[in-house]
Design a protein around this ligand. Structure first.
Ligand code: NAD
Length: 288
């Protein structure tokens, strides 16, 4: 049986590791937070005491960590302990530079690496319907595709190392902006006296349709069930979207790309996060 290490068993890593454990795979998990481990204690998952024993015992290691700093620390530790021929896949959303630099370091040690950030949120992680945006060598991608097929419904090889992270930050910058625009549109409709159910029916089947309306409508009681129906609890935290927008504006500065709308969007999410609402789902942005 293939042994897979899974590091970072939080909101996303939890569902992803459970889905892997339901297939013919042996999953060894690790997290610095005992609460994350405790939540998985009734699953078919074993736990390592540290990164050293996890690295020693596994062929493939997946990381799902909060940010580039955590990935840099954890990957450097794994690389120092690993043997040539092991596979390392990072599914966290981090900056392109860090992603490339740790993958280059791993390559020097004879490891096979991919960056494979995801879209689809906690629901997608739980239901195994994520989209993986992958960067790296095509043979390594082919070797690891079976894992993406268990944890998700789509995987796209976007290019070389770091290309998955590049695609992810472009996607999230667009989503963060469209969510604000959706809120403004529904507010205008409300102030014009429109029935918002009718407005949803129109927009979701017209040229204004988009994922933020059709699948995640941010208005309570309108459209499919979304975090708006539970007062914006759970889902994808505003603070994480703010982090991703920071990655996008840094990447734009480095590549001298004009992102006027992206900058305004970044400022808005920054303000809401700094006002103490970073833990609410990002669709709460329409109320701010
Ligand atoms: P989370 O904070 O819930 O989980 C991260 C886990 O990593 C935590 O359990 C934490 O204890 C653990 N961790 C942190 N440092 C560690 C270390 N040094 N060693 C071992 N474990 C460590 O975050 P999440 O919502 O699961 O998101 C994870 C990543 O996925 C982020 O990069 C995020 O941007 C991205 N993402 C999240 C969503 C979402 O909807 N939550 C969607 C797409 C992408």
């Amino acid at each position: 049986m293939i042994k897979i290490g899974f590091i970072g068993l939080g909101n996303m890593g939890k569902g992803m590791s459970i889905n892997l454990s339901k297939k013919n795979l042996e999953i060894i998990g690790y997290d610095i937070n005992p609460k994350s481990i405790n939540e998985l204690k009734n699953e078919n998952i074993q736990f390592a005491d540290d990164i050293k024993s996890l690295t020693k015992d596994t062929k493939i290691i997946i990381t799902m960590l909060p940010d580039g700093r955590a990935v840099n620390t954890v990957w450097r530790e794994i690389i120092g302990l690993s043997k040539p021929g092991q596979y390392l896949i990072d599914c966290s959303t981090i900056d392109v530079k860090t992603s490339r630099s740790v993958q280059m370091l791993a390559k020097e040690k004879g490891l096979f690496t991919l960056d494979a950030p995801v879209s689809g949120g906690v629901i997608g992680a739980d239901q195994g319907t994520l989209t993986f945006m992958v960067g790296g060598n095509s043979n390594i991608y082919k070797d690891m595709k079976f894992l993406f097929e268990i944890m998700g419904k789509n995987s796209i090889l976007c290019g070389e190392e770091g290309a998955g992270q590049s695609a992810k930050i472009c996607n999230n910058m667009l989503l963060a902006s469209t969510m604000i625009a959706v809120g403004e549109s529904f507010n205008l409709g409300k102030n014009l006296g429109l029935d918002l159910n009718k407005l949803f029916e129109v927009i979701s089947t017209s040229t204004g349709s988009c994922w933020a309306v059709n699948s995640y409508c941010p208005i309570k009681g309108i459209g499919p069930v979304s975090p708006a129906d539970r007062n914006y609890a759970g889902g994808f935290a505003t603070a994480l979207m703010y982090k991703d927008l920071g990655l996008a504006i840094n990447a734009a500065a480095e590549t001298k790309t004009k992102i006027n709308c992206g900058m305004q969007t970044f400022e808005k999410y920054k303000q809401v996060t700094k006002n103490g609402k970073g833990n609410l789902d990002f669709s709460n942005i329409i109320n701010e």
